[in-house]
Design a protein around this ligand. Structure first.
Ligand SMILES: Nc1ncnc2c1ncn2[C@@H]1O[C@H](COP(=O)(O)OP(=O)(O)OP(=O)(O)O)[C@@H](O)[C@H]1O
Ligand SMILES: [Mg+2]
Length: 251
């Protein structure tokens, strides 16, 4: 298996708070890695470190063999075009149309013409099952539609690696399943590598090739979803029972 991401001894603190205390994690090309862990344990911070939005205090993040921690801004931008990133909560720009939101990265980072960008936006909307809504504003969309537009935006640059931060949180079960299916299909059809942060145990079972559980600043568990579910480790059992209860109360 070819490694596409390798994280070595990654540390990050905010003030007195040591959030990541030495994270080691590898993602193979084409795999879907799901990251789980309690609220506030550092999952979003880890994703932001992986695309260089924030800097670690120590450690390395190799993307296809290049340590992005050592790159300057310009080099980092270039690496970042390999990534699609769906922020927690979708984070569309409210004052921009759907089309402007999806086309933003293309407009800013490529020399494509307006016509070409329009075509790509239409394609991506088609992929997420929302054709023809280019001119709507985010305020016109339901929660599920916003998530899907955010997905379309993360696909705009044809990324090789897509990071999703809680893509199904707050959605109803049917929409959650749709999004799961969608992520799975992308990874199978377009062979993208995916990292998905979720609180949704159904998502874990449905789409993960591997699961990593972040706990106390480190990767506490790494393995197949089945191994996670069969684990007798008390911290994992506790976490799963809390998460599953919450999921069941929603589904
Ligand atoms: N820019 C920042 N400045 C200060 N503290 C921060 C910053 N970003 C994150 N933190 C802190 O780091 C910790 C981890 O935050 P993070 O957002 O990664 O949690 P999370 O695991 O994604 O939680 P959730 O499941 O609720 O989304 C939290 O205590 C948070 O307050
Ligand atoms: Mg988070």
């Amino acid at each position: 298996m070819e490694k596409i991401i390798e994280i070595v001894n990654l540390k990050k603190r905010f003030g007195d708070k040591e959030v990541l205390k030495g994270v080691n994690l590898t993602v193979n090309k084409g795999d879907t890695l799901v990251i789980i862990g309690s609220s506030g344990c550092g999952k979003s911070v880890l994703l932001k470190l992986i695309i260089g939005l924030i800097e670690p205090d120590e450690g390395s993040i190799f993307i296809e063999g290049v340590d992005i921690v050592k790159l300057n801004k310009k080099e980092l931008y270039k690496i970042r075009t390999k990534f699609g990133f769906q922020f927690q909560g979708s984070a569309l720009f409210d004052s921009m149309t759907v089309e402007e939101n999806i086309g933003l990265a293309l407009r800013e980072n490529t020399n494509l013409s307006n016509k070409e960008i329009k075509k790509i936006v239409a394609e991506k909307l088609e992929i997420v099952g929302l054709p023809g809504i280019e001119d709507l504003m985010p305020a016109d969309l339901s929660g599920g539609m916003k998530k899907r537009v955010a997905l379309a935006r993360s696909l705009a640059t044809n990324p090789q690696i897509i990071l999703y931060d809680e893509p199904t949180t707050g959605l109803d079960p049917i929409m959650s399943n749709n999004i799961d299916e969608f992520i799975k299909e992308l990874s199978e059809r377009l062979k993208v590598t995916s990292i998905v942060v979720t609180h949704d145990i159904f998502t874990v079972l449905h789409i993960a090739d591997y699961v990593a559980m972040l706990y106390d600043g480190r990767i506490y568990f790494y393995g197949k979803p089945k191994e996670l579910m069969n684990s007798k480790d008390s911290i994992i059992v506790e976490f799963l029972s809390r998460t599953t209860q919450r999921n069941l109360s929603r589904r």
